[in-house]
Design a protein around this ligand. Structure first.
Ligand SMILES: [Zn+2]
Length: 235
């Protein structure tokens, strides 16, 4: 089956991998990029040409014929080097399955932590393609591997939700944390933001319960009120 052909992939398999991407401990922009790649919705030159946009369907990086999702994120020599150099994943030249089938098989063989790194790698490859196309920049495969692999360079995000004692939504906040060294630091930051938000929305002296959901298990209960704070943090 060609790269643009349709694989025989079940709806169940498709929704499983999309769910795994959605639940990954990576920044939202990384999840969205992977999701779009799965739906073949990234604006590669092949996809734009298919939608009758007047572009030349050549690779922005190597100039090769046809810039498909599969080429940019998996089959180009740059992508192959990054996958193998960073994660030991060898892209087989005979593997012509569509992207979503391939990433599903990667997901099935990877731990959650390795799969998170795979998603970061995808995002770095796509960002690099855009940097080359729009800013004339180019980084070496070695740099792409290091950046995907280095937690200190991850940009953290947080999200906070306040619910009352009946579980009814009260307030929410979200934003960027900046570079974070670990999930623990990201979660601490999110906890601080949750408490600052609670200052504005919760009655003085209210008993509050704090729930964190970072993968390293950070969480605490502040026995002081009727509200429930939930926070999510990604690093
Ligand atoms: Zn190329």
């Amino acid at each position: 089956m060609g790269a643009n052909g349709s694989d025989s992939m079940s709806n169940d398999g498709r929704s499983k991998v999309l769910r795994k991407i959605w639940n990954a401990c990576v920044p939202g922009k990384v999840r969205i990029c992977a999701w779009r790649a799965c739906m073949n919705g990234l604006p590669t030159h092949a996809n734009l040409a298919r939608r009758m946009v007047a572009v030349e369907n050549v690779c922005s990086i190597c100039g090769g014929n046809s810039e498909s999702t599969e080429h940019v994120l998996r089959d180009s020599s740059l992508a192959k080097t990054v996958w193998f150099g960073g994660l030991g994943i060898r892209v087989d030249d005979s593997n012509h399955t569509r992207f979503i089938s391939w990433i599903t098989s990667v997901a099935m063989q990877s731990s959650s932590m390795v799969f998170d790194l795979c998603l970061m790698t995808l995002w770095r490859l796509w960002k690099n393609r855009n940097d080359v196309l729009w800013n004339g920049k180019q980084v070496r495969a070695k740099d792409l591997v290091l950046e995907a692999d280095d937690p200190a360079k991850f940009e953290g995000e947080f999200g906070v939700i306040i619910r009352d004692h009946q579980g009814i939504f009260v307030a929410a906040g979200a934003g960027l944390i900046g570079p974070t060294g670990s999930a623990f630091h990201a979660e601490l930051f999110a906890a601080r933001q949750a408490l600052m938000l609670a200052q504005s929305f919760c009655p003085v002296g209210a008993r509050m319960v704090f729930e964190g959901d970072a993968s390293n298990g950070f969480g605490c209960h502040a026995e002081a009120g009727g509200g429930l704070l939930s926070s999510r943090a990604y690093h």
